[in-house]
Design a protein around this ligand. Structure first.
Ligand code: ADP
Ligand code: ZN
Ligand code: MG
Length: 476
């Protein structure tokens, strides 16, 4: 039997509002445990939650960016759920009337354009965090309680771990562009529940699914899907049956374990939260939200191709992360050389970020500093090779390119008299390569250029050196 894997995702994204969803406490990652809390977010009886308007705005903007329909009328519901990090013993979420419905994400799996449909997006509150400390037991930090979340639920449209990863990368990029979340996975701002089933190729009915909750890296999502689909296929091939359940995926072992039977919606005893009024959003308000959205990655990419004349490859790489696209645009605003800027970002900046484990958001280089580096090269003050080391210094020290060039004496040597003298000497000292050159070995030319660059510590203008070496070799 040939199997196909079917995947649906529930993506939780923390919204970057200043305050929490139902109280005025700071919404900020980290902080001393239990310092961003108040009676409302730690669930004291008798307190009254008030919905933060920014949460509605951010959720609607995320929905608009994903082509969802924004509901004119929605409401908050209580989801009964006991867990030590959820002190009210229920979570305020949305059940039958979520804020966004429908929508889709177009993404590329390799070279192939694919689409994932969005079922819904709802608003809800995050739970706290349990800290399991060896020896001392488990502590709880309520700082995260009441941090606003949106949950994006997809249709079961994905067919492989690779598709899921590619879709998530696109989704993350779009949400980052809207500015409603930083999507920092290492801080838990984007977490994913993965639902997996398998079925015979050609079948149109869905198989029984299992769910793995709270995966916080794309590689964990990828690993969980591969491992779980292999497990289900082996089970069915052996004559067994998949049980609908929640499983825990161990990223390090690459295996999942049964945790508990899957609960059904009716187990949660959803009911409208009597403390919160329903949410009405007018069409005019929705139009305002739509107008306030920035240019999104697909549109930006197309503009980079059409208006700046960049190759599709460059435009793709530059627009993948908003921080990189913003950096690129600010840099060309200071020095309008799109292709040179793009080359430098792709080969040097992205490499330095990767090598140093720095996120694009924390890029230490100012856009103007890249513009200045490129201008120093174009003005003949430094050559390209030196430009690359100067840029590396800018990255490490934050100093301006011109001060680095000055402090390190890296100014390009363009002086033909000085270079001619040096070249004559090198030619005189190396009779063998001269003879080679005369004998028709053009590679000997590279040898002499190399010697000059070495003697000048890479500072000579390579174009000038090349011309003089050719000239002098003719005369030698
Ligand atoms: P919950 O998991 O909270 O009960 P839903 O029933 O809405 O919520 O389903 C959640 C996710 O599971 C959705 O992303 C949906 O696409 C996916 N899903 C549902 N059935 C299957 C299936 N048979 N195989 C794979 N994914 C599925
Ligand atoms: Zn609070
Ligand atoms: Mg689920």
């Amino acid at each position: 039997m040939n199997f196909e894997t079917v995947i649906g995702l529930e993506v939780h994204i923390e919204l970057a509002t200043k305050t929490k969803i139902f109280c005025g406490c700071k919404n900020e990652f980290g902080g001393e445990p239990n310092t961003h809390c108040c009676p409302v977010c730690i669930g004291m009886p008798g307190v009254l939650p008030v919905l933060n308007e920014k949460v509605v705005e951010f959720a609607a903007k995320a929905g608009l960016a994903l082509d969802c329909k924004i509901a004119n009328f929605s409401k908050m519901d209580r989801k009964g759920y006991y867990y030590p990090d959820l002190p009210k013993a229920y979570q305020i979420s949305q059940f039958d009337l979520p804020i966004c419905i429908g929508g889709h994400v177009d993404y590329k799996d390799g070279d192939i354009e694919k689409r994932v449909n969005i079922t819904r997006i709802h608003m809800e509150e995050d739970a706290g965090k349990l800290l399991h400390e060896a020896g001392t037991g488990t502590a709880v930090d309520y700082n995260r309680c009441g941090v606003p979340l949106i949950e994006i639920v997809t249709e079961p449209d994905l067919r492989s771990a690779d598709e899921a990863k590619a879709f998530l990368e696109t989704l993350k990029s779009i949400i980052q562009y809207t500015g409603v979340s930083d999507c920092k996975m290492q801080e838990g701002s984007l977490r994913c529940d993965v639902n997996v089933s398998v079925r015979e190729v050609g079948s149109t009915v869905l198989g029984t699914r299992t769910e793995m909750k709270n995966l916080n890296s794309f590689s964990a999502v990828h690993g969980a899907i591969e491992a779980e689909s292999a497990r289900q296929i082996a089970l069915i091939t052996d004559g067994g049956k998949v049980t609908q359940e929640t499983r825990r995926f161990d990223d390090i072992k690459g295996k999942s374990y049964a945790m508990r039977g899957k609960e059904e919606a009716h187990d949660y005893r959803y009911f409208p939260d009597p403390d919160l009024v329903p949410i009405t959003i007018t069409d005019e308000q929705i139009a305002l939200y739509r107008d306030s959205l920035p240019e999104l990655p697909t549109a930006k990419k197309q503009r980079f191709i059409d208006e700046l004349g960049l190759p599709e490859y460059d435009a793709d790489l530059l627009t993948g992360e908003r921080a990189i696209a913003d950096f690129f645009e600010a840099s060309i605003a200071a020095y309008n050389e799109p292709k040179k800027t793009s080359n430098f970002i792709m080969t040097d900046l992205l490499r330095l970020l990767k090598e140093n484990g720095v996120e694009p958001d924390d890029n230490p280089v100012q856009p103007i500093q890249l513009a200045q580096t490129l201008k120093l090269i174009d003005d003949g003050k430094i050559n390209v090779t030196v430009g690359k080391t100067v840029f590396e210094d800018v990255f490490k020290t934050g100093d301006d390119p011109s001060s680095i060039v000055e402090a390190k004496g890296l100014t390009q040597i363009n002086d033909t008299v000085e270079l001619s003298g040096m070249i004559k000497q090198i030619i005189a000292d190396n009779p063998k390569p001269v003879a080679d050159f005369k004998g028709g070995n053009k590679k000997a030319l590279t040898f002499f250029v190399g010697q000059v660059m070495k003697a000048t510590k890479g500072k000579a203008n390579p174009k000038v050196v090349n011309e003089i070496v050719q000239e002098e070799l003719k005369n030698a």
